[in-house]
Design a protein around this ligand. Sequence first.
Ligand code: ATP
Ligand code: MG
Length: 201
Amino acid sequence: MVVFGGTFDPIHRGHLHAAGHVSHSLGDVVVTMMVAPSPQLRHPPEASLQDRWKMLTLACESDLALKPSRFEDRHNGPTRTVQTLRDLAKTNDLPIVWAIGMDAFRNVSKWYQSKELPQVASFFVLSRTVRQPTEMPTGFCSVQEPSQLLSNPGGVFVSTEPMLNISATEIRRRIRGGLDVSDWLHPEVSKHIIKNHLYRG
Ligand code: ATP
Ligand code: MG
């Protein structure tokens, strides 16, 4: 199983482009888009989980390769990726391939510790800038081909595909300033934001 996790506050074209690239690189696999209800190591989301979930489903509706998931909403409390991976590993074939931006990947060694992580997960790392030497989290090693992530856990592939320079932070900032952000969003997500007056501050 291949998972792209995010706060998706809101989901934008950068996420959709990145998830499409991951799907393609791994042989047109389905990518599970998993929304984090209350992510750690960052400021709390601005939009409610209900709105973020709605926008995620709208954005994935027209793309058969993307499957929205609320798996991380199965219990209360903070969303811990390590716990998610551990729970997914109980009911899915291994490895679980976790797609992640370079910014978030740099935090992996700060994640609430898990010794078994390299036994269940591998990482597909997406970079918004050129590939740079990256420190591997304990127990992981770098692989040269994305397909290697599917055969064994403990691999890290750092993609050189340039990502779109879009962030949800910048989208929220622009909406607050009354600027148009429709180019950066799926049209249905844009409509949902306008209709529900999201991110106006
Ligand atoms: P924020 O600015 O609020 O942090 P974001 O745009 O980074 O939002 P997140 O929901 O935090 O979006 O990101 C989910 C995942 O998508 C993370 O792994 C992040 O690194 C990655 N990501 C975010 N934007 C892009 C992008 N433009 N291209 C590729 N990956 C991205
Ligand atoms: Mg982010």
